[in-house]
Design a protein around this ligand. Structure first.
Ligand code: ZN
Length: 314
């Protein structure tokens, strides 16, 4: 399968969003085996780690080693999350292809998550962009708008704040800005409205949909975003994930279910579902005490199912 001929990009965030939000620490060797299995299934963008102090997130202490390994996989975009300039410097030194910086539209979540105001985070984007431009101009910089659909601390997040922040981070030098439902509050109507406004505000710099399944609307929200023209989706194998500073915000959209939905609809992901299901084994082996989720891996694909990426018409 040729990734150039896919219709949507599935960006696997499990090794970062998933592993950082659970107590168990997956051994480095097991992370590498899992990432290899995801790659074998056809995943071509993986958020492999976050560059944060190990005392805050011991699950991510091996970030540089994991990046080094992931970079051996040809054609894989190796991403890392960074909370600030220092993290960005470490990630760029480690050799990532793309960095993503979460910028909270909720003032309360911004302070809790990164101990900075939204205005201070815009300044941080400027500093990161300047560093990137000077030392690693090939590295892509994404600033994702976190808590874009509501916040467990603040409650309502005004839509004008979300769009304002997206415009600011692009003006500050980010290459793209997507929207994150960090708390799993979004509904499909809200998704459509905000992604439409995002596109009107920043055009082709509108980035990925990062949606959680906390209230069971994850797939419906992804479909709504797709119908609004979004083609890049973050998801997590087994639905691992959440945010340690957004209480109750569990569960990214399950990669396996998302890939099934698109493939069943004739929308090519470039991902082989059987190999994707196999990649759950190293995940579970690395986290023997954690539950992993997924409806389609449990039920299996329908009899006679022909995925779009393997269709004779592709
Ligand atoms: Zn998330």
């Amino acid at each position: 399968m040729n990734s150039a001929s896919t219709d949507v990009l599935i960006s696997e965030v499990g090794p970062r969003d998933g592993l950082q939000s659970i107590k168990s620490i997956m051994p480095t060797a097991q992370k590498k085996v899992w990432i290899d299995a995801l790659y074998r299934a056809g995943i071509r963008e993986i958020e492999v780690a976050s560059f944060v102090p190990a005392k805050l997130l011991p699950q991510m202490a091996d970030a540089a080693q994991v990046v080094e390994h992931a970079k051996t996989l040809p054609g894989l975009t190796v991403m890392a999350l960074v909370p600030n300039l220092k993290g960005a410097q470490s990630a760029i030194t480690a050799g990532v292809h793309k960095i993503t910086l979460p910028v909270s539209a909720s003032a309360a979540h911004s302070l809790a998550n990164v101990r900075k105001t939204r205005e201070e985070m815009i300044e941080e984007v400027k500093k990161i962009a300047a560093f990137r431009n000077e030392y690693a101009p090939q590295v892509k910089l994404e600033a994702g708008i976190a808590t874009a659909f509501g916040c467990t601390l603040q409650g309502l997040v005004p839509e004008d704040d979300v769009i304002w922040l997206a415009e600011q981070v692009i003006a500050a030098g980010a290459d793209e800005s997507g929207l994150s439902d960090t708390t799993g509050y979004a509904n499909p109507a809200q998704i459509k409205r905000l992604f439409k406004r995002l596109k009107a505000a920043i055009g082709n710099k509108a980035g990925a949909a990062h949606l959680h399944n906390t209230r069971g609307l994850g797939l419906a929200n992804c479909l709504a975003a797709y119908e609004e023209g979004v083609t890049s989706f973050d998801s997590s194998m087994g639905g691992l994930g959440g945010c340690p500073y957004a209480p109750g915000a569990s569960g990214n959209v399950v990669t396996e279910d998302l890939v099934f939905m698109f493939e069943a609809m004739g929308i090519k992901t470039g991902i082989n579902l059987d190999l994707l299901f196999e990649a759950r084994q190293p995940l579970q082996a690395g986290l023997p005490n954690e539950s992993i989720y997924g409806m389609v891996p449990e039920a299996g694909t329908p009899k006679g199912f022909v995925p779009a990426s393997q269709s004779v018409y592709s």
